[in-house]
Design a protein around this ligand. Structure first.
Ligand code: HEM
Length: 424
């Protein structure tokens, strides 16, 4: 027997009555409820906490199909409509909502092509020294203290600084960004006062930054950051309006921030609660091997990925999914966290197996909206986890797992805090 293997968990029970969704218990551990849904109601109509009715898709084959189905639109203008139409209704581009996750082809194809250059594995690799520098500086900040909250002191600031660098937000403004983002994450993304205020501040700031960079480019000084690239593209007739450039900057920030916080946070939590596998990973890092780390991060994405549900989709026409009829205008939510634990696709899906090879997880989505930031997210998570395990080898959880609180958002899954101790 493999001495490093974790004991196999009992299979998630699919027995008993229909589970209650969206409670605090559910936020702490949604996997038993998802096992029940996969078994008894794989395409399930439910009322969300907001009162909106939507379908939840929980089996892997249905999830994968839905993510790539052109009849499911990303355009919120289809919500509640009985007939299909394309294009965001009303004045397009009136605010920051005209972004990749809210539009369909051909606009989606055009806008995605413009930013895809910035996210090729090659371009992202040039970013590696900066990710190392940010990570090492953050660890320096608490390494002498013997204890830390790894969400607030580590997982949270790392992606914010990385995205600010990518966009070209000057160093002296990055702490403002950190504060605005902190407000958003604390309030869970709902339309509450603090969130609305920080969104407004970010919007104002981004508009001004785009103006400033446009002026710099005009006087021949422009940088090679992403916002400057977007302005160049729009100035060279690539059909990008200034508003679309601002919406793009905003969605990169939104899509790339809390997700990465949670990949690092959930990933560390999984490592700290599976000591034998963590020890084996640490040994491979000490030998200077990188392949096991990359495989481990993919498994952390599958096992407890940061995106619980893919973002909204709307049926543009009546359709059948997993044997269930769905009416035009109905919202469809693909539950990535449930699909990635589907025993019809993954061998022993409730087992964390950092060496898992056959792992086509949906943690970054699938189809034309597949996460454009995946190479950056992988770089950040791989370096963050390896740097922590190398520098603080006796890192240990400083709370019982049932004392930890999970944020009960609808789309994201992540810890509020992750207290740890280590020798200095
Ligand atoms: C899309 C996950 C990090 C930018 C998506 C989608 C998922 C996802 C599941 C598809 C949503 C859907 O189909 O409804 C993640 C995870 C991340 C991560 C798990 C980190 C661990 C990032 C980063 C960036 C980013 C770092 C950029 C800086 C985007 C963008 C889209 C997207 C722009 C929309 C793409 C499109 O619609 O064409 N992401 N993401 N993400 N992600 Fe990520």
């Amino acid at each position: 027997a493999d001495p490093a293997a974790v004991p196999e968990p009992a299979p998630q029970s699919a027995e008993g009555p229909a589970p209650e969704l969206f409670t605090w218990e559910f936020a702490a551990d949604p996997y038993p409820a998802y096992a029940w849904l996969r078994e008894h109601a794989p395409v399930h109509r439910t009322t969300l906490p907001s009162g909106v009715e939507a379908w939840l898709v929980t089996r892997y084959p249905d999830a994968r199909q839905a993510l790539a189905d052109a009849r499911l639109s990303k355009n919120p203008g289809h919500h509640g409509r009985s007939s299909g139409r394309t294009g965001i209704p009303g004045e397009r581009g009136a605010d920051l909502m005209t972004h990749l996750l809210n539009i369909d082809p051909p606009d989606h194809t055009r806008l995605r092509r413009l930013v895809s250059k910035a996210f090729t594995p090659r371009t992202v690799a040039t970013f590696e020294p900066r990710v190392r520098e940010i990570t090492d500086r953050l660890i320096d900040g608490f390494a002498g203290n013997g204890s830390a909250d790894l969400i607030h002191e580590f997982a949270f600031p790392l992606p914010i600084y990385a995205i600010c660098d990518l966009l070209g937000v000057p160093a002296e403004d990055q702490d403002d960004f950190r504060d605005w983002a902190g407000l958003m994450i604390r309030h869970g993304g709902g339309p509450r006062g603090g969130v609305a205020r920080s969104v407004k501040k970010m919007r104002g700031y981004l508009a001004e930054l785009i103006h400033r960079k446009r002026a710099d480019l005009g006087s021949g000084q422009g940088g090679d950051d992403l916002i400057s690239e977007l302005i160049r593209a729009s100035d060279h007739g690539e059909h990008l309006t200034e508003n679309e450039a601002a919406a793009m900057a905003f969605i990169l920030l939104f899509a790339g921030f809390e997700t990465t916080v949670n990949l690092i946070g959930n990933g560390l939590y999984a490592l700290l609660t599976h000591p034998a596998q963590r020890a084996r990973l640490q040994e491979s890092l000490a030998r200077g091997e990188t392949a096991p780390l990359a495989t481990a991060v993919e498994e952390l994405l599958r096992y407890d990925g940061p995106v619980e549900l893919a973002t909204w989709r709307y049926a543009t026409t009546p359709l059948t999914l997993g044997g269930q009829e769905i009416a035009a205008g109905d919202p469809v939510l693909v539950v990535l966290a449930a699909a990635d634990r589907d025993p019809s696709r993954f061998d022993r899906p409730d087992l964390l197996d950092l060496d898992r090879r056959d792992n086509p997880h949906l943690g970054f989505g699938h189809g034309i909206h597949y996460c454009i930031g995946a190479p950056l997210a992988r770089l950040e998570a791989q370096y963050a986890l390896s740097a922590l395990l190398r520098r603080l080898p006796d890192l240990a959880l400083a709370a019982a797992p049932d004392e930890l609180r999970w944020r009960g958002g609808l789309i994201m899954r992540g810890l509020r805090q992750l207290p740890v101790t280590f020798s200095q």
